[in-house]
Design a binder for this molecule. Structure first.
Ligand SMILES: [Zn+2]
Length: 406
């Protein structure tokens, strides 16, 4: 009996703390309170939340990234993504953030996962009552996972939210569409040799040769991300590959080093972090040349990881492809094997297919620069890349390459 009285008292005490809604006056509340929200199909209209909880927001120019700022903190959302970022940590919402007819809608668990980060209060949802119950000041904080833990979620995110319906059926047995990406272009020349060889010109020429070989000898459709000397943005390059439903994306670059004697070949595929210092420096240089901050600052890292998610599902195949490209280059060019490396290369992020980046020699090495200018040498590089892609195609047809089961 005494126990029951006590619990009744507690319920009353709790009821007193839950003050009736008073939007716009959130900052005057120190205790718990309740705010009505409208839920439709397990989603909430973001503008109504912003009004109720005095949030501010900014959407980036691409209309994809949304920063929200509340009394106690901020968080970032991305249209089409279920990821929520705050203080360098991630939470995964039950569905992607939607933008329909200019209105942004968030899954209901944004209440429990996102609001605490913005308001510094715990938040729970009374779905039946159509309201949010906010805890006392200081009762809540953001709990998320670190970027390193995120790959565990990748397959879940990929399969359920990112991959458009038409990508879900069994993928083709062999290659049908290949997108080749000649690095740089226009106002970004890339590396420059001592006699004036420009990376952007050299890689375009190699890509054109490889295109002809792939079309004629392998019968695949090839799309170039650029066909002349003009600037193409990073997102555009992967968008070209995604829009063409490419089965393979290959970015072609040439290298440069401070020490003139450095030479050889290297192939990259994507990772969150570079496998070694040189790989990290290369990623920074290439990303910077392409107009992306290659630094390890939090914002760029978080953004990079968002883009990484699309490529995550294909990492095993990308690694397989990279090994074949590297082996073929080293074998037929008889150059130094600088290895297959992984780095957070911005140009590979967002590609929804196996993707790799090759560095087809050092134009900073004077003797290699001379060779690289020769048509026959470029032809030889293109043939080495072709052989690797043809070999990769055969292994696809044989079913040797399986997508990673995360
Ligand atoms: Zn480059």
């Amino acid at each position: 009996m005494a126990g029951r009285l006590l619990s009744v008292t507690l319920v009353l005490a709790a009821a007193c703390l839950i003050i009736s809604p008073d939007p716009g006056l959130a900052e005057t509340h120190t205790g718990a309170y309740r705010v009505p929200v409208k839920i439709t199909d397990s989603r909430i209209d973001l503008s109504s939340l912003m009004e109720s909880f005095s949030l501010r927001s900014s959407l980036d120019l691409m209309g994809e990234r949304l920063d929200l700022v509340g009394e106690e903190g901020s968080c970032r959302l991305q249209i089409g993504s279920p990821l929520l970022l705050s203080s360098g940590l991630f939470a995964v919402l039950t569905g992607p953030v939607q933008s329909i007819g200019g209105r942004i809608r968030v899954p209901v668990d944004f209440i429990t996962k996102g609001l605490p980060a913005l308001l510094g209060r715990s938040a729970s949802l009374d779905e039946a009552g159509g309201s949010v119950i906010l805890g006392r000041e200081g009762s809540g904080s953001f709990s998320g996972v670190s970027p390193e833990d995120l790959p565990r979620y990748a397959s879940f995110i990929q399969r359920d939210q990112y991959v458009p319906e038409e990508r879900k059926p069994e993928r083709p047995r062999g290659l049908r569409v290949v997108v080749l990406d000649p690095g740089h272009g226009g106002r970004t020349p890339g590396a420059r040799g001592s006699t004036g060889t420009l990376e952007k010109e050299l890689v375009l020429s190699v890509a054109e040769k490889l295109k002809t070989m792939l079309e004629e000898d392998l019968g695949v459709k090839v799309v170039l991300t650029r066909t002349a000397d003009y600037f193409v943005g990073l997102k555009e390059r992967t968008a070209i590959a995604n829009n063409n439903r490419a089965d393979l994306f290959l970015s072609i670059h040439a290298n440069a080093a401070f020490r003139k004697e450095v030479q050889g070949y290297e192939t990259y595929y994507l990772s969150f972090s570079a496998t070694d210092l040189e790989a990290s420096q290369l990623a920074q240089a290439e990303n910077r040349a392409l107009g992306v901050e290659g630094g390890r600052d939090e914002a760029s890292l978080l953004e990079a990881i968002l883009w990484d998610m699309a490529q995550m599902e294909f990492l095993k195949e990308s690694g397989h492809l990279a090994v074949k490209l590297q082996d073929s280059l080293v074998k037929s060019m008889r150059g130094q094997d600088r290895g297959v490396r992984q780095a957070p290369l911005a140009v590979l992020m967002g590609a929804r297919m196996p993707a790799a980046l090759v560095e087809v020699g050092f134009i900073s090495n004077p003797s290699q620069e001379i060779k690289l200018n020769r048509d026959s040498h470029q032809e030889q590089i293109a043939r080495a890349l072709f052989n690797a892609i043809a070999d990769y195609n055969s292994s696809l047809i044989r079913g040797d390459v399986a997508r990673e089961d995360l």
